[in-house]
Design a protein around this ligand. Structure first.
Ligand SMILES: CN1c2c(nc(N)[nH]c2=O)NC[C@@H]1CNc1ccc(C(=O)N[C@@H](CCC(=O)N[C@@H](CCC(=O)N[C@@H](CCC(=O)O)C(=O)O)C(=O)O)C(=O)O)cc1
Ligand SMILES: N[C@@H](CCS)C(=O)O
Ligand SMILES: [Zn+2]
Length: 753
């Protein structure tokens, strides 16, 4: 039995990739050095997989920034506003699309299915002329071959690529325009001597209809006919295939399927509809996006069931390992009982080999693994009777006063101007802030010195915000590394890693905490910082928390307790924090839920249950406050149409939503939905260093006011400002306030006529 991986983390064990990219952007290194640094990481990854004994090793899964963007550039799909930047589009065009430049906003960035990875959304328009301008897949294959490594180049399949793009009128027609280009890529690979290619079509795990699935089958039949000598592996992940009985007819040579997420459904589909003879079943039997060691005996059972369906089964993770950290080797601070129960990307390679050995009759490694899993199951803190009882007792999730009445009470309490201005929470996490924290962590700075530094930074930014004349202030989140990791470090039931980084977008990484036990409040987590900031000003300062769904979606979560229960455990811990903030004089509390949308299951049929649980968890955390305490929430990323009623059901008094990169598309969602609560549709993109003009923001506000009432509208950026520099932040906020005042004054002038 053979083994495969279908994608490997591209960041390097010490985030060498991030460091190289950021040094290049700062012009500290040349393009040549950047390219050679990235090549070194790619080669090390390939060698590592080869060294562990993996049979099918992917290539072209690495990227300069994002694999969707790589695909777009290679196929000459460049947004109009960046088309003439260079004679031959190169790195400048590539990074301008990703990050924006002085003249134009970056392309929209959105979540890769239900993960915390973001891809750059390709843009088609009437002037798009698809052409193969750079065969990156052939280059990657040959590069690996030169190192003596036979690889399986990975491509994002045309159907998924087009489905995730903007500006497409007809998916099937657009796919037809790309088909010859994909064939050109594959014919070159065939000539290069590649044996297999992996074509990722995760879109087949969403709810496609029969006609769509049939057109995917026809597409792959055409592609295969053009490259008879090349073996095609059609790969999907994150859920089962919705119409397996149709897809299995595709004349490819192998199918890569996920048997972890929705695995029982997938297995039943295979049992019912069969698996085509003579083809390879690449079976995703290890969870590629969680970090718990696999029960290899259970996996062996699964493989045995699969072997009775297909005579050629290859063992692999359920998806690319892009979504897990690189290695446990450097995690020297975790207790043994936890560390031994974990598996990062490198360990998953070892697990694949251990599973193969178990199937072949050698149980040595599998038994070691089994005892580690048992030790973890019996570990301290896994179960708290008090927590379980509190969750079981939850029944009322509603605020005692309905929104209409709260609105009036809050209007009186806050007396805010029309179109109040605010920000989303974090202010620039400058090098100085991070360095101070690092020195504190290394014990070079005392607790007191660190606290004083955070207070000084908070005070400085309260003054800056007052100077800018923002109406509702924030404390700036300087004490936080990350909005989820910070809470993970403070709540019971969580562990955190030292170097467990995972790419989130571009060079930015996150370190998801590990939920191993029942979650409980320990001591106040944000009260000191919020109260300090509030004491500096008479304007309201928002208390700032991360919501239960976001905490759970951006953590590695135990799998022995239902997710709903874990979310409610977190919600109850947050409720305690909310109540403490309120008791300490904080009158507005923002509970961020940016990951609520992203967590939607791939299948629409599962959305309702997910959203019901999400709404209940949010309300469990926020509903016990008095009527004048204003609950805010925030979500980044657009495409909210499908969940707008759930957003409403959260019953938050004010919501801020990202909008600007999607060029106002979200605004139209409110044409169809009568949303009556406070709302701020982000008026400028914070992911780009570009300072927007006042007029752009005025236009964004005015566009929003075509569908929303000025009485309910707030003016704010798209998201937190932690990734931005200080100068650009102050300049952008200055213009934002200017824009709000301009529109406010015009509205008041019209009203007084
Ligand atoms: C809102 N977003 C978030 C998502 N997921 C989260 N878990 N958190 C989020 O906020 N998903 C969707 C979006 C994604 N957005 C972002 C935005 C910004 C980042 C980011 O800036 N990440 C940082 C790492 C942040 C951090 O923890 N910094 C530490 C320092 C860690 C470090 O680099 N240490 C160095 C040594 C220190 C030094 O010399 O600087 C080391 O270990 O080598 C801190 O603040 O103390 C990033 O740099 O990528 C992520 C997602
Ligand atoms: N309050 C957080 C939300 C990010 S989604 C911040 O401002 O960074
Ligand atoms: Zn955000």
């Amino acid at each position: 039995m053979k083994t495969a991986t279908i994608g490997y983390p591209r960041i390097g064990a010490h985030r060498e990739w991030k460091k190289a990219l950021e040094a290049y952007w700062k012009k500290d290194i040349t393009e040549e050095t950047l390219l050679s640094d990235l090549k070194q990481i790619r080669t090390e990854n390939l060698k590592k997989q080869q060294g562990k004994g993996i049979d099918f090793i992917p290539s072209a899964d690495a990227s300069w920034y994002d694999h969707m963007l790589d695909t777009a550039l290679s196929l000459n799909i460049i947004p109009k506003r960046f088309r003439d930047l260079e004679k031959t589009p190169g790195l400048e065009t590539y990074f301008a699309i990703a990050r924006g430049n002085a003249g134009a906003v970056a392309s929209e960035m959105t979540k890769w299915f239900n993960t915390n990875y973001h891809y750059i959304v390709p843009e088609f328009d009437s002037g798009t002329l698809p052409a193969l301008v750079n065969n990156r897949w052939s280059q990657a294959y040959l590069e690996a071959k030169a190192e003596g490594i036979e690889t399986t180049p990975v491509l994002v399949g045309p159907y998924t690529f087009v489905s995730l793009s903007k500006g497409v009128d007809s998916i099937s027609e657009q796919v037809e325009t790309l088909k010859p280009l994909y064939i050109e890529v594959l014919q070159k690979l065939e000539k290069d001597g590649a044996q297999w290619v992996q074509i990722d079509e995760p879109i087949v795990s969403t709810e496609l209809d029969q006609a769509q699935m049939k057109s995917i089958v026809a597409l792959y039949n055409d592609i295969k006919a053009a490259v008879p000598g090349l073996k095609l592996k059609l790969q999907t992940y994150f859920s089962s295939v919705a119409q397996w009985s149709i897809l299995k007819e595709a004349k490819v040579d192998g199918f890569g399927l996920d048997f972890v997420h929705d695995g029982e459904v997938q297995l039943k589909e295979l049992k019912d509809a069969g698996f085509p003879e003579g083809k390879t079943l690449f079976a995703g039997v290890l969870n590629g996006r969680n970090i718990w060691k696999t029960d290899l005996y259970e996996a062996k059972e699964l493989v045995s069931a699969l072997s009775s369906i297909s005579s050629d089964v290859v063992l692999q993770p359920s998806c690319s390992l892009l979504h897990v950290p690189v290695t446990l080797q450097t995690e020297d601070k975790l207790p043994d009982w936890l560390r031994n129960g974990l598996s990062f990307a490198d360990q998953k390679l070892e697990e694949l080999i251990a599973l193969k050995e178990l199937i072949n009759g050698d149980a040595t490694k599998a038994d070691q693994q089994q005892s580690a899993i048992k030790q973890l199951q019996e570990a301290p803190g896994r179960q708290s009777t008090a927590v379980r009882e509190a969750v079981a007792a939850l029944s009322d999730f509603d605020r005692s006063t309905p929104f209409e009445a709260r609105k009036l009470a809050q209007k009186d309490a806050f007396n805010l101007p029309l179109l109040p201005t605010t920000t989303i929470g974090s202010m620039p996490q400058t090098k100085e802030v991070r360095q101070e924290r690092l020195q504190w962590r290394k014990k070079e700075k005392s607790d007191q010195e660190y606290e004083q530094f955070i207070q000084a930074e908070t005070k400085r930014w309260i003054e800056i915000q007052e100077e800018l004349d923002l109406d509702v202030l924030v404390h700036g989140e300087f004490e936080r590394t990350d909005m989820v990791e910070y809470f993970g470090e403070k709540l019971n039931g969580f562990a955190f890693t030292r170097f467990g980084w995972v790419q989130s977008y571009g060079s930015r990484c996150v370190k998801p905490p590990v939920i191993y036990g029942d979650v409980a409040f320990d001591e106040p987590m944000t009260v000191k910082e919020s109260v300090y900031a509030q004491s500096m000003t008479s304007r309201p300062v928002k208390g700032m928390l991360t919501g239960p769904i976001t905490i759970i979606n951006w953590s590695f979560v135990r799998t022995d307790v239902p997710r709903r229960d874990v979310a409610l455990q977190i919600a109850l811990a947050l409720r305690e924090e909310v109540e403490q903030l309120e008791a300490n004089g904080i009158t507005m509390i923002q509970v961020d839920e940016p990951a609520l949308r992203e967590g939607l299951p791939l299948k629409a049929s599962a959305h309702e249950a997910y959203l019901k649980d999400a709404v209940e968890a949010f309300k469990a955390a926020t509903s016990t406050v008095k009527e004048t305490t204003q609950i805010h929430t925030h979500m980044c990323y657009s495409d909210f149409d499908a969940i707008i009623s759930s957003i409403d059901a959260l019953d938050a008094d004010v919501i801020s939503i990202e909008t600007s990169r999607s060029h106002g598309e979200l605004v139209s969602a409110f044409e169809k939905y009568n949303y009556d609560k406070g709302i701020g549709l982000g008026v400028y993109d914070i992911h780009s260093p570009r300072v927007p003009s006042t007029d752009e923001m005025v236009a964004n506000i005015e566009r929003a006011l075509t569908v929303l009432d000025p009485e309910q509208f707030w003016v704010n950026p798209d998201c937190g400002l932690k990734t931005r520099g200080e100068t650009e932040t102050v300049q952008a906020l200055e213009k934002m306030v200017e824009a709000a005042v301009k529109v406010r004054t015009a509205l008041q002038a019209t009203a007084s006529k």
